[in-house]
Ligand binder design. Structure first.
Ligand SMILES: [Zn+2]
Length: 212
């Protein structure tokens, strides 16, 4: 902080689909803080080993040093003496990420969190809903649908795997708009996903979906 007066911290969340520029935006914000001589530390989840084991790498190859942590609570001691805390890929952290962000903000720190708000099924991802709820500032980035060019907020998985966590870039995902996004069940049968909701539809459609 630039003076000794106790200052209130806050939480900023940058969310969106893959290829929406979330990490790029996180990097942009923390770089601005660095220019203002604020002390910045960046964290990312240990499981994310894409491209580079040590640095935060956005899909446009804009790099910044980051510390890999497995347990969110470790960020509290590691953040001592820092003004701005950047956290990338927050959806991959366990639920304790929420209380850790609260703790850091209440210590007067600016906490900038980036993460996917929806998983490959279009469902809320990890602790992102809670982080969005407690944040002072929210930015939702949109990508461009790779199928039709509309604004996109979904991450279309291109392979048939069904784990929620499947790391990858352009080889495994595309940004898609609401109309072009298909869950795997919809790819097999366009009506399968909706049978539970359409009570007036008497047509019997098999709903079982194998889960990995
Ligand atoms: Zn589209």
């Amino acid at each position: 902080m630039i003076n000794d007066m106790p200052q209130s911290g806050w939480i900023e969340v940058i969310c969106g689909s893959m290829f929406s520029g979330k990490t790029e935006e996180l990097i942009r914000r923390v770089k601005r803080a660095t220019i203002a001589k604020q002390k910045v530390i960046l964290f990312k989840p240990q499981l994310d080993q894409r491209y580079d084991g040590k640095k935060i790498v956005s899909h446009d190859d804009n790099r910044l040093e980051a510390v890999s942590v497995a347990e969110p609570k470790d960020m509290i001691s590691l953040s001592e003496g820092f003004d701005v805390i950047g956290i990338d890929e927050a959806q991959f952290f366990p639920p304790s990420i929420v209380s850790v962000c609260e703790t850091l903000a209440s210590q007067g720190k600016r906490v900038v969190v980036s993460g996917l708000d929806q998983d490959y099924l279009g469902k809320p991802f990890g602790s992102m809903p809670e982080l969005l709820a407690i944040a002072e500032y929210i930015t939702k980035n949109l990508a461009i649908c790779m199928a039709c060019g509309s604004p996109a907020n979904k991450s279309q998985r291109l392979s048939a795997t069904q784990e929620q966590v499947l790391l990858g870039g352009h080889d495994r995902y595309e940004a898609r708009c609401r109309n072009c996004f298909r869950t795997q069940a919809q790819q097999r049968s366009p009506r399968e996903e909706y049978t539970g909701l359409q009570h007036t539809n008497s047509v019997a459609i098999k709903t079982s979906t194998p889960r990995g």
